[in-house]
Design a protein around this ligand. Structure first.
Ligand SMILES: [Zn+2]
Length: 340
């Protein structure tokens, strides 16, 4: 007897990070959060081209299906391959059969031309009917002028903004910067050190927060919380279990129902997943069981009535080919990083 659920949602992902595993060590050991960005992620994203983005997105989408995740809310950055990048991601996910909401992260860290190109990519993709948000990196790399441009574009297009908020103490002033700007349809990634409640949905990514040692933000203090992975795969049952034990560490009264409700918030962000059907290796798919059940995997995944994953793997694409081609692109990416 196997149980079924709707598709799961990863509400904050960086699909380009699918190629990052096994990357060479940075030139020196990062000592704090901003150094993790400067020495690892901003070196990696500058080296991305569209072919690397294509295979990272295919790999990330494949791994999502393998975890019963049928929708990804992606946050993309590739400063030397901005134009068309969101189309590449949307197409790659569609080929695998995973829903994706895209955005390009606008930032001033690559100069005003970089910020303008990022805004233009969001606008181009969204005006063409692509589903998503206007993306922004984080307040600490955005001038007031650029932040206003992000907010203005989102308002014009009738979509929300997807932005990292107070992930580390360095971005703690974000609460003040966003107090009069944030709206209910915004996605506020992390909010670890956010000093107030803002309109929008907080997206908690417990594994990433632990990995970057940014601290615990006690997400239960916010009225609306979803779960993301921040680029470390898309296994949302795993993220749910981790969110649960982290919350228990602070408050022993935390129940699995609380962190399961954060997965349900994800479904509210991408309601199409309620039409998706995942058949699991475990029954019952109940939060009080799943909090203590590791290794639960999908047997079959249906997206909009089509079986896109079964006991043999993905039905539309060749998993072995995706892994092999993604590994080639990762090698190319690492060589380019060394040259930059
Ligand atoms: Zn992130």
């Amino acid at each position: 007897m196997f149980d079924t659920t709707p598709g799961l949602v990863c509400a904050h992902h960086h699909l380009y990070a699918a190629l990052a595993r096994g990357m060479p060590a940075p030139p020196r050991e990062p000592q704090e959060f901003t150094e993790i960005l400067e020495l690892v992620w901003w070196r990696l994203d500058r080296a991305l081209d569209l072919e690397m983005i294509r295979w990272s997105a295919r790999l990330g989408a494949l791994e999502a299906l393998e975890s019963g995740t049928t929708a990804i809310i992606d946050h993309h950055s590739s400063p030397n391959a901005i134009e068309g990048s969101l189309d590449v991601i949307a197409q790659a996910c569609a080929e695998v059969g995973v829903r994706v909401l895209c955005c390009y992260e606008v930032t001033d860290r690559n100069g005003s031309d970089g910020a303008k190109a990022g805004l233009a990519e969001n606008e181009r993709f969204l005006r063409a009917g692509g589903p998503g948000f206007v993306g922004a990196h984080a307040c600490f790399t955005l001038s007031d002028e650029t932040l206003d441009a992000v907010c203005g574009l989102a308002a014009d297009l009738g979509v929300g903004v997807h932005v990292h908020v107070a992930e580390d103490l360095v971005d703690a002033p974000a609460g003040d910067r966003l107090a009069d700007r944030a709206r209910d349809d915004w996605l506020l990634a992390h909010a670890t050190h956010l000093d107030r409640t803002l309109p929008g949905t907080v997206v908690h990514s417990p594994r990433s927060n632990l990995h970057n040692a940014v601290g615990y933000g006690w997400p239960a203090r916010f009225p609306r919380v979803a779960l993301g992975t921040d680029g470390i795969g898309a296994d949302m049952l795993d993220e749910f279990r981790l969110a649960y034990v982290l919350a228990r560490d602070i408050d022993l009264g935390t129940t699995p129902d609380l962190t399961w409700s954060w997965l349900e918030t994800g479904a509210a962000l991408v309601p199409g997943v309620l039409d998706d059907l995942v058949t699991w290796t475990y029954s019952p798919m109940d939060p009080w069981h799943l909090a203590y059940s590791t290794g639960v995997h999908p047997l079959q995944v249906e997206v909009s009535g089509e079986v896109v994953f079964d006991e043999l793997g993905p039905t539309r694409v060749d998993a072995g080919e995706i892994r092999a081609r993604a590994a080639e692109q990762a090698d190319r990416l690492f060589r380019r990083m060394a040259d930059l």
